[in-house]
Design a protein around this ligand. Structure first.
Ligand code: NAI
Length: 231
């Protein structure tokens, strides 16, 4: 039977790399998100979907009777103090946290039908405070507890739920830090493996967590950060 994978935020960055990796592993992949890179693998479907639109998410989910892999990668970070405003803080929580829950619940029956698994995308900011981005850090802290909670809730359905916690990955979301010489120097100084990560570095771990090799792994939060979190 064909294995189906769904990747939110799959049009770019980490989500796109995960989609390509899963497609390479034989999954039929549908990505959803607000936008998509210009260069695009024709075998991967893309659906424009705002994951904070609950009704649209429900309609989207109904298309899939059985889903083997869900990757919740849609995410945003707001700059210039916007996460200190009520609307900015709420917006980040809605995209990074609430939408992952709504999508996971909308696809629960389909995931159960395939004995599938979910991988959420946490962050090093799941563990550290962020002076500039309290909404981002709060959303990523909470996605850890959402991952553990759904792992327990869905285990009787044979659905595994795990998360990756990427460090500094070269995507447009982190471009501000990468291109700021002062911040980049400080970041590089504490990455033991001595380089920024690539989307493929994270995608490989996402694919592993979805694979049979991880069949006894659920509720795990796996750092993919070159050692940033342990120094
Ligand atoms: P990205 O900007 O390339 O990807 C984010 C994706 O989310 C985009 O494709 C965008 O269309 C989608 N998106 C945003 N709002 C949406 C909405 N309302 N509905 C549907 N889709 C929406 O950036 P990146 O880095 O690939 O981010 C992916 C995930 O990785 C995010 O959850 C981010 O927080 C997380 N992450 C990234 C790190 C990094 O250093 N780049 C580090 C740790 C975590």
């Amino acid at each position: 039977m064909e294995k189906i994978a769904i990747v939110t935020g799959g049009g770019s960055g980490i989500g796109r790399a995960a989609a390509e990796k899963l497609a390479g592993n034989g999954y039929r992949v549908t990505c959803c998100g607000l936008d998509r890179d210009d260069q695009w693998a024709p075998e991967i479907d893309f659906v424009r979907l705002d994951v904070t639109d609950d009704g649209a998410v429900t309609t989207f989910a109904r298309r899939f009777p059985a889903v083997s892999a869900l990757v919740n990668s849609a995410g945003i970070i707001l700059h210039e103090g916007k996460e200190f405003t009520p609307e900015g803080f709420r917006r980040v929580l809605d995209v990074n946290l609430v939408a992952a829950h709504v999508m996971s619940v909308a696809l629960t029956a389909a995931l159960a039908a395939a004995k599938g698994s979910i991988v959420n995308v946490a962050s090093v900011y799941s563990f550290f405070g962020s002076p500039r981005n309290p909404g981002y850090a709060a959303s990523k802290g909470a996605i850890v507890q959402l991952t553990r909670s759904l792992a327990v809730a869905f285990a009787p359905l044979s659905i595994r739920v795990n998360a990756v916690a990427p460090g500094w990955i070269d995507t447009r979301l982190a471009a501000g830090a990468l291109q700021n010489p002062e911040r980049n120097t400080a970041i590089m100084a504490r990455i033991p493996l001595g380089r920024w990560g690539t989307p493929a570095d994270v995608a490989d771990v996402i694919a592993f967590l979805h694979s049979a090799g991880a069949r006894y792994v659920t509720g795990a939060i796996l750092p993919v950060d070159g050692g940033y979190g342990v120094v």
